[in-house]
Write a protein that binds this ligand. Structure first.
Ligand SMILES: NC(=O)C1=CN([C@@H]2O[C@H](COP(=O)(O)OP(=O)(O)OC[C@H]3O[C@@H](n4cnc5c(N)ncnc54)[C@H](O)[C@@H]3O)[C@@H](O)[C@H]2O)[C@H](O)CC1
Length: 241
């Protein structure tokens, strides 16, 4: 889980106190350190970062995508993936933008990287992020891989929907959701496992089961379905319960 410690007084001041209290025992758990956010709280932090702290979306997205690439590289070595592709599935919102940035940095780290971006957002930021991927020779694919090609892929990065997702998934995204659910290629989700309710978690009918969740800023309530970890690392591999 990657926690990008943005400067939100409301969220992180209590966490800092707790961190100090636990330092002597050497058993700091993430569970005790951070608050799990509701959908509304996550949205409000975003608003606060833009309006009060004057961050731009480009700044935050670059930081988010870079952190995701670091978390992935730390958890899955190039040797382990043995030249298999990482496919980054990008959605229409900022979560998809994080995915495009992440893809660019993964490529810079030397991973074979491709992007599936079915519903491109018609805004300059997204045009630029897509252009940067293309300029870096990242393969942008228009079709999901066929079953026969699944063994060319070592990882799926799920950057389809983040904290603004409202279930159920609309029909045009069902094929990519099915790909992430059924392909057996390990999935890493950025911020929220796509298709999960941000607060209640996996849908009753069964959703994607990411091997790793990268939480941005702070985990959202759905992350309680992952085991918390001990230690002070800000990036660790979590196994689903
Ligand atoms: N402060 C931070 O932590 C930052 C987080 N970032 C990332 O931004 C997302 C949240 O981005 P947002 O644009 O608000 O929304 P999403 O990407 O979650 O998706 C909106 C997008 O999805 C469509 N949509 C919603 N529900 C459905 C549905 N049921 N079916 C189909 N499509 C759906 C909606 O229409 C929009 O088009 C956060 O999670 C982080 O990943 C920022 O990058 C940096 C700051």
């Amino acid at each position: 889980m990657v926690l990008i410690h943005f400067l939100s007084k409301n969220i992180f001041r209590p966490s800092i106190n707790l961190t100090f209290r636990h330092i002597n025992t050497k058993t700091v758990t993430l569970f005790n350190m951070v608050k799990y956010l509701t959908q509304e709280e996550a949205t409000n932090i975003d608003v606060q970062l833009f309006n009060d702290y004057k961050f731009s979306v480009d700044q935050l997205m670059e930081l988010a995508g870079l952190s995701c690439a670091h978390a992935i590289a730390k958890s899955y070595s190039k040797e382990q993936l043995s030249n298999k592709y990482i496919i980054v599935c990008c959605g229409p919102g900022n979560n998809g933008g994080d995915g495009l940035v992440c893809a660019r940095h993964l490529k810079l780290f030397g991973y074979c990287t491709s992007v599936y971006y079915p519903k491109r957002t018609d805004k300059p930021l997204y045009h630029n992020l897509t252009h940067q991927c293309q300029e870096m020779n990242i393969l942008i694919i228009d079709q999901l891989p066929n079953e026969a090609d699944y063994d060319k892929y070592g990882l799926i990065v799920d950057a389809l929907f983040g904290f603004s997702f409202k279930p159920p998934v609309r029909s045009n995204f069902v094929p990519v959701m099915d790909f992430m659910k059924c392909s057996k290629i390990p999935v890493i989700s950025i911020d929220i496992p796509s298709g999960w309710d941000v607060e209640k978690g996996e849908p009753e009918e069964g959703g994607i089961k990411p091997e790793m969740l990268i939480s941005l800023t702070a985990p959202k309530l759905c992350a309680k379905q992952f085991t918390e970890y001990q230690g002070t690392e800000c990036c660790v591999l979590l196994k689903p319960n």
